[in-house]
Ligand binder design. Structure first.
Ligand code: ATP
Ligand code: MG
Length: 363
């Protein structure tokens, strides 16, 4: 699809760009004077009557499309009534098929393209504001028992607010699933191995010790712990990177991973380490995460409180005084090999499932 084309009433404003994992393309498009984000899914493709192929293969494709549509509609139904435009969870406004392809429409966000390093260098009060807005958005999903399933920096858009603070918008829960009901075919699991929880890594390996009922919203909490560590320190938490490439795989193999940073409040470090627990039942839920963040005595100005109120819908009271100087934040002691500004590419679970063997030694 090219600039100027009309897709179901949406006029394409720029040529489509291929998204991260190559599973979709996206552009901005205008309808009734308003500009939206428009995503084109590259699969499944709808078998139109004139399409080539046997009747049997068309029936198979049709079934796949029906499943895809049903999934999107059920997620939309669960979420849309709980959200409103202007919130931080970027939910689907419109979902439709045009010819052979499916499309999703969301609000357009003016993204401030901050790298992980730049985020980690923000004042601690602003980093915590980012963490809080993410927790608040995730809480909406988790209340609906929806596992985001693909939490990573690519799927968090950082936006500069009117007051000059940065806040976060949570996107891309197209590969979400209902808690305890992950895709039956492990190859249908989409995500980024760098953010896999240990139980997800085991599930993809088709390890018999892991049941679908173990794949819950707590799987997101593990990924959130990693994401938070990146935003706070610019790096992944400490684990044996000689032995393991990915944190979740290290934990799956019995390693304990931890955030160690004495420039951060102890309660924050403790919270994140709990989020990274191997046993998903020991991880806090996102409501608890939000509550701890809310009590962080590191913020500053009234502008921030009003920002958070706007972005999270909850007021952040208290006299917020910086506890420790965030500008001289010492980063985690161990240096990750890869920079985290270019997290690994999303690919299908099948590839990554087999990819569990690509780790350096024991994975
Ligand atoms: N609402 C939005 N406003 C502005 N830009 C957006 C919006 N949503 C997504 N984007 C941009 O488009 C990119 C791709 O979006 P998205 O994460 O939904 O696709 P994707 O599912 O990752 O694609 P794939 O699965 O093929 O990798 C994002 O990383 C972001 O840069
Ligand atoms: Mg994405």
């Amino acid at each position: 699809m090219l600039k100027g084309e009309n897709i179901n009433g949406y006029v394409v404003l720029q040529d489509f760009t291929t998204a991260g994992g190559g599973l979709s393309k996206w552009t901005f498009a205008q309808k009734s004077g308003r500009v939206y984000f428009l995503k084109e899914f590259l699969s499944p493709k709808y078998p139109t009557p004139d399409a080539p192929g046997s009747e049997k293969s068309k029936q198979r494709k049709l079934k796949e499309c029906q499943k895809f549509e049903a999934h999107h509609h059920s997620v939309m139904k669960q979420i849309n009534e709980k959200c409103g435009i202007g919130g931080n969870l970027i939910f689907t406004l419109d979902f439709f098929r045009h010819k052979t392809k499916y499309y999703k429409v969301t609000e357009k966000i003016d993204v401030a393209s901050l790298t992980i390093t730049e985020i980690a260098a923000l004042p601690l009060s602003n980093r915590i504001l980012i963490l809080k807005t993410i927790a608040h958005s995730l809480n909406v999903l988790h209340n609906a028992q929806i596992v985001h399933g693909d939490l990573k920096p690519d799927n968090v858009l950082i936006k500069r607010s009117k007051t000059g603070n940065y806040t976060a918008k949570l996107i891309d829960f197209d590969n979400s699933y209902f808690s305890e009901h992950p895709p039956e075919i492990t190859e249908d699991v989409v995500g980024d191995m760098a953010f896999y929880s240990p139980e997800l890594a085991l599930y993809i390996k088709e390890d018999s010790s892991v049941k679908p009922s173990h794949l819950t919203i707590k799987s997101d909490i593990f990924a959130l712990g990693l994401l938070y560590t990146l935003y706070l320190t610019g790096r992944f938490p400490i684990f044996d990177q000689e032995k393991y490439t990915y944190a979740g795989i290290a934990v799956m193999n019995g390693e304990t991973i931890s955030l160690e940073d004495d420039t951060l409040p102890d309660s924050l470090v403790g919270l994140i380490n709990q989020m990274l627990a191997r046993d998903f039942k020991k991880r806090p839920n996102v409501g608890e995460v939000f509550q701890v963040l809310k009590t962080m005595d590191v913020g500053k100005p009234a502008t921030e409180a009003s920002d958070a109120k706007k972005t999270t819908g909850l007021s952040l009271k208290g006299n917020l005084i910086a506890k420790k100087d965030p500008t001289v934040a010492k980063r985690t002691k161990r240096v990750a090999k890869k920079t985290t500004d270019t997290p690994s590419k999303t690919s299908s679970g099948g590839l990554r499932g087999k990819g569990l063997g690509i780790s350096k030694k024991k994975e």
